[in-house]
Design a protein around this ligand. Structure first.
Ligand code: DQA
Length: 152
């Protein structure tokens, strides 16, 4: 069974650290990715992180994920959460289980952020716990992949 977890970060998340710190905190994307890579290593999975500001580029990554041996996806679609049928369709087509993560509590923000095109097809959704949300999502992915190993 595959032991690769793909972490996808959507638009503007490259600006973490300087972007609206009151909402998103001070941690940078590089710090989040480094922490996930280390945690993955300790758990015996390879974590591959990727960020893009472009919807089609994220879709291409999802299309390539199956052939690349990705067994689990963690995705923060950022602004695309509330707009992208195409990204949703790509995840459905790939058929790879995924966790949706948001740093902020989108339900406590503007009404347009309450709707997600991903939540109903995700294995789980983590909102409002900051960068820790990615850690919890990775722990879940590792557990799910380990279970798959046992049952394979
Ligand atoms: C976000 C929430 C989205 O509404 C927003 O567009 C983002 C970040 C979050 O992580 O809290 O860019 O996904």
């Amino acid at each position: 069974m595959t032991r690769i977890v793909l972490v996808l970060h959507g638009p503007n998340l490259n600006l973490l650290g300087s972007r609206e710190p009151a909402t998103y905190g001070n941690i940078t994307l590089a710090q989040i990715n480094a922490e996930l890579a280390t945690r993955g290593e300790q758990s015996g999975v390879e974590v591959v992180s990727f960020q893009s500001n472009h919807e089609g580029v994220l879709i291409d990554q999802i299309h390539a994920a199956g052939a690349a041996g990705v067994g689990y996806i963690i995705i923060n679609p950022a602004g695309f959460t509330h707009t992208s049928v195409a990204l949703r369709d790509a995840l459905l087509a790939a058929g790879i289980p995924f966790v949706e993560v948001h740093l902020s509590n989108t339900h406590a923000r503007e009404p347009f952020r309450h709707r997600s095109y991903f939540s109903d097809i995700a294995s789980g959704v983590i909102v409002g716990l900051g960068a820790a949300g990615y850690r919890y999502a990775l722990d879940h992915a590792v557990a799910a992949l380990s279970r798959a190993d046992v049952t394979a």
